[in-house]
Write a protein that binds this ligand. Sequence first.
Ligand code: C2O
Length: 552
Amino acid sequence: ASSLSSAAVVEHTFYVQNLTVQLLCHRRVITAVNGSLPGPIIQVHEGDVLIVHVFNKSPYNLSIHWHGIFQLLSGWADGPEYATQCPILPGNSYTYRFAITGQEGTLWWHAHVQWLRATVHGALIIRPRVGHSYPFPNPQKEFPILLGEWWNANVIDVENQGLASGSAPNISDAFTINGRPGNQYPCSSNRTYKIEVVKGKTYLLRIINAALNNQLFFKIANHNMTVVAVDASYTVPIVTDVVVIAPGQTTDVLFTADQPPASYYMAAHVYASAAGVPFDSTTTTGIIIYENATLSTPQMPVLPAFNDTPTAHKFSSNLIGLVNGPHWTPVPLEIDEQMFVTVGLGLVACGGTANATCAGPFQQRLGASMNNASFQFPTKLSMLQAFFNNVDGIYTTDFPNQPPLVFDYTNSNNSFNRSIIMTTKSTKVKQVKFNSTIQIVMQNTALVGIENHPIHLHGFNFHVLAQGFGNYDPINDPKKFNLINPQIRNTIGVPAGGWAVIRFQANNPGVWLIHCHLDVHLPWGLATAFVVENGPTPSTTLPPPPSDLPHC
Ligand code: C2O
């Protein structure tokens, strides 16, 4: 089949509206798409054009982000509010339209407004073009496994209460698999997610961490899994009994029903590198049932301990890219921009006004920053509109290439620490030339709140050259860079007390957020954006916005 003639236009309509659900013995009104949680599964082939008409019938501002999609010359469809568009106001609509080229695997879509993505999300599955195949044997069947997080209270209220109190919002009440907590929770057993398998057959699980604030361990009792892709990039197959997955990431695994016919739990609970950061310690389960199995209590896997960093690090650092697989991109070897970026929590000055949540000698509150710049989203115009129309005053291009002081864990000097963690809000972005290659060393400061930060870059995949613990060493750590077959991702967990080095080529003009995918950290400021200038030709220039782009 010719690949050109096989490309299709796939069209969806999303009605985003209130939905009453009964979960964990509570009745709650949530915001959901087309009456379901998770929302609709979008299935396309590489090379297709996707059109999604979004009607906002909810009481909240809304925008939808297509997490991991390159959006080549279609930055107006990326979705984050005030980054590439103003929000779709209640009663209004917007049509997202983009081609899906050069990538395949499991991605997802989610609301990019406040915490709405807790219930406004779904899978986005990109299969190979007609006539092309997976770089592994065709599975018998495929199942999206969306891991989610559930609050008995309205999530927007939970977020706003946290922001108003100046401390972390309440932790969730449950984790879920495809919207269902599973039978370890009250009032949940008859809606446990189940899949049926046939002995001897192999299945593909497309695991998506759609939880807001927690990394997760995922296991299937008595079965190994073979990882074949992460973040819609193929990997060299790796056999494992446990998957660790950060919010925003996806992991595709094959598993073979090779055990005695019976039923087996798949289960997930928190991986918290945390010391002193409260987390939800409950376990979500689904059930894998073999055909013709006699009814019995499913076997339960033993999940790693919540703080099992060695297991998590082994899983994440062992992944390597599939060099001969479809859509492999070699590591760019020339670097145009070298950045060293500290990521972490800290204190943010409130601006002089004393109030209950702004305490301490500097009238500060809990916040977060990159290179000590705590990101504030604009409200008058999206950054992409400001870029396209040359409007001043929406953002500044002075995001620094390094922090104000050389970060050093071994330095316990108080004023040193304060000038790494004490900052003010600003809208600083990094502007780069079209096609420049950017290398970022991300150092997790772990000065306040010892936890991993899953950093997500919009619009691009990046190569993960190395990861490690302690201070990044600019002399010796570059010797560890994998420039041959590193994993390719769009979200990397930067380990607590450690660092990760990524590299990407800015070959797409527009405004692309880079931020922590823990939703509790985004409003605190753990974000910035790359503004990628237009290239020299019409085919490297961002086209004008669609006529229905929402206005502020
Ligand atoms: Cu999946 Cu900016 O987000």
